[in-house]
Design a protein around this ligand. Sequence first.
Ligand code: GTP
Ligand code: MG
Length: 173
Amino acid sequence: GNKNINAKLVLLGDPGAGKSSLVLRFVKGQFVEFQESTIGAAFFSQTLAVNDATVKFEIWDTAGQERYHSLAPMYYRGAAAAIIVYDITNQASFDRAKKWVQELQAQGNPNMVMALAGNKADLLDDRKVAGFGLQEAQVYAQENGLFFMETSAKTATNVNDIFYEIAKRLPRV
Ligand code: GTP
Ligand code: MG
């Protein structure tokens, strides 16, 4: 029969990577050029139907600024899923994403479904993630048991898809 699943999901990543923009695109179908930097964290919920289940995502959109780092465990603790977001035009944001992956591997729920989002895919011409690009992110994700997608909150590319892929991977209790 059809199952109802509640899933706590957290977004982590550098300030400006586009966490809030991805959530706004997924939940409201909107994009704003001048999205304000998140303070603390923001909560949203959205329901998605997959083949055999209806998944209600309870989404914590965390603040990327360093001064909020100590709050992050409150949001990822007990989370069923995480999306770690970096900006494909910003190498430092990819390095930071890897740190988040390490922190989740060390402290997070061991069954957590983890996704890596290389956001701002609409800015491919600005790709500055020098010498690494798409392929290195794919390899990194595979080695670390994450799944990876390039996304664009601006054009909506792969935004619903990444949530859908997470929904499919959640354990069916
Ligand atoms: P913090 O809340 O500070 O941690 O940042 P954030 O990760 O939530 O980033 P946010 O969503 O606020 O986006 C930062 C800026 O990047 C905003 O001006 C967005 O308009 C822009 N932006 C976000 N996603 C995209 C995208 O896919 N493409 C482009 N071109 N711009 C984007
Ligand atoms: Mg934000």
